[in-house]
Write a protein that binds this ligand. Structure first.
Ligand code: NDP
Length: 279
């Protein structure tokens, strides 16, 4: 990584003469939905850069605990916290707990998400509500309470996990999920506008097809293999993505040096070529 000698905004109180790029020492991060998949990789990446990390989960306590053990064994600072981000009271109390345990929150990664596949034929309102509650309401609750904590310090980095589905890719069965992710992208820009004067940047990463448990669920092994093959063909990079591909982009947007980047949705999809809606 290169050396940055100026031109970045910094955490209040930090003495920066020469700063290692993506050095997150002294930062306090909360990653929602970090028990597996992208959240797990993001938590590990932020911890490797020196941040103290709260590993949020809602169901898989064993996975969250073992991730925290792994981070501690590497000399990091981390703790697990169970909270449903779709519940405003739990979201608020999670932010308070993070600040009690680790100090002022500087990085929030809104990663927790649910992918529910359906068509107009198979739509049901319960499935839609369950997904929207996490993907949209959860992001709003977490951002409200994180912003309240960050504003007095005049500094913060918020990174949301959107999706190229929200840009309008053509993978079948993703219409309603895509609508929730389009909401994530527009809320990213709106919240950036609202929080910019408080020194808080708000950006999103829009991943392409990344091999996690999420993309296996709801598909038979044959459907999964077919989908993976098709995604490789549709991708300029000729491969599907890894959780680390996404974690690196999130770490970049979480760093002090990214202080003049806000309201952006960074697509990390290896160059997908199946976009629809050329209006
Ligand atoms: P996974 O299904 O593998 O993991 C989802 C995570 O979210 C789990 O840790 C889960 O916790 C957590 N979670 C779900 N609901 C809640 C909730 N209400 N409160 C707190 N945590 C919750 O998903 P991925 O890692 O694949 O995806 C992560 C994010 O990236 C999502 O927002 C997804 O939409 C987005 N994304 C993923 C892509 C992909 O190809 N994988 C592509 C584009 C976007 P627990 O395990 O405890 O249930």
């Amino acid at each position: 990584m290169g050396i940055v000698t100026g031109g970045c905004d910094k955490k209040p109180g930090a003495k920066i003469k020469a700063l290692l790029f993506m050095d997150l020492k002294g930062q306090v991060a909360l990653v929602t939905g970090a028990s597996r998949g992208l959240g797990r990789a993001i938590a590990l990446r932020l911890a490797a850069a020196g941040a103290a990390v709260c590993v949020n989960y809602v169901n898989r306590s064993g996975e969250a605990d073992s991730l925290v053990d792994e981070m501690l064994s590497r000399g990091g600072v981390a703790f697990p916290h169970r909270a449903d981000v779709g519940d405003a009271a739990q979201a608020e109390s999670m932010i308070a707990t993070v600040e009690q345990e680790l100090g002022p929150l500087t990085i929030l990664v809104n990663n927790a998400g649910v992918a529910w596949r359906a068509t107009l034929e198979t739509f049901d309102i319960e499935g839609m509500e369950r997904m929207r509650r996490t993907n949209v309401d959860g992001l709003i609750h977490m951002t409200r309470f994180a912003a309240r904590a960050m504003k007095p310090n005049g500094y913060g980095r918020i990174v949301n996990l959107s999706s190229i589905a929200g840009h309008g890719t053509a993978l079948p069965g993703n219409a309603f999920y895509a609508a929730t992710k389009a909401a994530v992208s527009v809320l990213t820009r709106r919240f950036a506008m609202e929080l910019g004067p408080s020194g808080i940047t708000v950006n999103a990463v829009a991943p392409g097809f990344i091999l996690t448990d999420m993309v296996k669920e709801g598909r038979t092994p044959e459907e999964y293999e077919q989908t993976v093959g098709r995604m490789r063909e549709l991708c300029m990079a000729g491969r599907t993505g890894t959780p680390e591909d996404i974690a690196n982009a999130v770490a970049f947007l979480s760093a002090p040096e990214a202080g003049f980047i806000t309201a952006q949705v960074l697509t990390v999809d290896g160059g997908r070529m199946d976009y629809i809606g050329h209006s």
